[in-house]
Design a protein around this ligand. Structure first.
Ligand code: SF4
Ligand code: SF4
Length: 489
């Protein structure tokens, strides 16, 4: 049985030669409310994800007196990212790379197991669109009432409903933008500053921008973002395989479709009749306006709401449920050959994705738990690389950068290794009575020092001598070494 691969619902432009048009005018979609297992899962995830987003900036995490107590904070002025007990410094940005790798492979894994479940249940575009649709339904009614309202004349009641809907949408969008900026500053302080109009201009600009994008993407553009703007459906289509479960119309069971009455007549005389009664409920509940009976389509976000709608219909007409279900064409083919369904979650690609996720996670956990709380880098002056002094000695200059990742002030002994004939000094740091150079670095800070190394030795031309700068915590003995070179003319 041939199943078309693309929706042709909007194909009403005049075309020559009977081909599908490249462009079609946008048709407003009025998704109908539905209840069932997938709707419940979607609602639960909506509450959980939005709850996390809106409340997380207010969660406190005690890190001691010298650090912010916000559990999740992107602190640009101090160049830190705080995530509960984890503190990421700028030079540790590779952790973010690790997180991005885990996130993308997780997306691949979800896709290999159950198609676009990310799109259908967790993508911010889906979640906020769902929330905006909920508001729309509460104010304007379900599908039929909204269609009637839109097609009817502009009455006072219609104007009030439209104004109320857009007002609530803008309030939600404003809250969404408002909460976003709370991840970049101490949330309670910024809330007070916003309430008293003392917040910095950048906060207002960010809130304004996010209010606009949330309102237009989730309120006005909705499914068009998924259909036309998002690259993931195209990438996803290239990553899937014949065993991935997708929301599938089981046309082997549904066709030939007739009205309920006609189907009964067909069956009564021994003629074939599928279970689909052509009621269109699956199309009407679809948030992207897809008719899943036309086969898998890029517009389908795999939300499963058509499964709920059809299960409801099947229950009412006394036919088995799951006419639309998470399934795949392999099973349809197998059933047509009289073979049982196979659901292969464990496949080479799913195992490979899981292994990559486990491996990257393990590396990140290991490096996070074993990372040093002190760091040193030695940066050689580039221009000039050396200077010759009046007495014939050669001098190289460096910047030493010491990072103290603890939340208390620390004292370090600093020494230069690998350089025998010459002397060195750290500008502004004096040696103590036993000839040690001692430096202090404040809590959770990086401090820079100027190091000058002078050689009185006869060095071969273009010599490059390996040296090291070592710091040692005088209290704990924790040490760190940075290597560099002393260069001669
Ligand atoms: S809801 Fe089920 S029965 Fe109704 S049109 Fe869709 S597939 Fe057919
Ligand atoms: S066709 Fe079904 S699964 Fe796909 S977007 Fe529409 S309702 Fe969701």
């Amino acid at each position: 049985m041939a199943v078309p691969q693309q929706s042709g619902d909007t194909a009403d432009l005049a075309v020559s030669g009977g081909e599908e048009p490249l462009y079609a005018p946008h048709k407003k979609i009025y998704p109908k409310a539905v209840s069932g297992r997938y709707r419940t899962i979607k609602s639960a995830l909506l509450i959980v994800t939005l709850g996390i987003y809106y409340l997380l900036p207010f969660v406190r995490w005690n890190r001691g007196i010298n650090a912010p107590d916000q559990a999740v904070l992107i602190d640009f002025p101090s160049r830190r990212f705080y995530f509960f007990f984890i503190e990421i410094w700028p030079q540790e940005v590779y952790y973010i790379t690790g997180l991005l790798i885990i996130a993308s492979v997780m997306l691949f894994l979800m896709n290999a197991v159950a198609g676009r479940v990310w799109c259908g249940y967790l993508c911010p575009q889906t979640v906020w669109t769902d929330l905006f649709l909920y508001v729309e339904r509460k104010i304007e009614g379900d599908r039929v009432q909204r269609i009637v309202l839109d097609q009817g004349p502009w009455t006072v009641s219609k104007v009030l409903k439209k104004v109320a809907k857009h007002f609530i949408w803008i309030v939600i969008a404003w809250w969404t933008g408002g909460v976003w900026v709370l991840y970049f500053a101490d949330a309670p302080t910024l809330v007070k500053e916003l309430a008293t109009f003392q917040a910095p201009a950048i906060a207002w600009i960010a809130i304004g921008t996010l209010t606009f994008t949330t309102y237009s993407l989730a309120g006005l553009m909705r499914e068009q973002v998924c259909t036309y703007m998002c690259p993931w459906p195209r990438i996803q289509a290239a990553l899937t395989d014949e065993h991935a479960l997708n929301v599938t119309y089981r046309y082997d069971r549904g066709e030939p479709r007739y009205s309920l009455k006609k189907a009964e007549q067909q069956r009564s005389v021994g003629l074939p009749a599928g279970d689909c009664i052509d009621c269109n409920q699956c199309v009407w509940v679809c948030p992207t306006g897809v008719d899943i009976r036309k086969g898998n389509q890029l517009d389908c976000i795999q939300c499963g709401l058509c499964i709920d709608a059809c299960n409801d219909v099947m229950k009412k007409v006394g036919r088995p449920q799951q006419l639309i279900a998470y399934d795949n064409d392999t099973n349809i083919r197998r059933r047509s050959e009289g073979l049982p369904n196979v659901f292969r979650v464990l496949r080479v690609r799913t195992v490979l994705y899981a292994v990559i996720i486990a491996l990257v996670s393990a590396i990140m956990v290991f490096t996070l738990t074993t990372r040093s709380e002190v760091g040193i880098s030695l940066i050689h002056d580039r221009n000039p690389m050396f200077v010759r002094l009046k007495d014939g000695a050669v001098r190289n200059a460096y910047t030493i950068r010491v990072a103290n990742k603890q939340l208390e002030k620390r004292t370090f002994r600093i020494s230069i290794e690998g350089f025998a004939r010459g002397n060195y000094e750290i500008v502004g740091v004096h040696t103590n009575s036993i000839g040690e150079m001692i430096i202090e670095v404040g809590p959770d800070q990086t401090q820079e020092f100027r190091l000058l190394i002078t050689s009185y030795a006869e060095l071969p031309p273009d010599a490059s001598i390996a040296i090291g700068a070592r710091i040692t915590d005088v209290k704990s003995g924790q040490t760190a070494l940075a290597s560099g070179h002393f260069v001669a003319p």
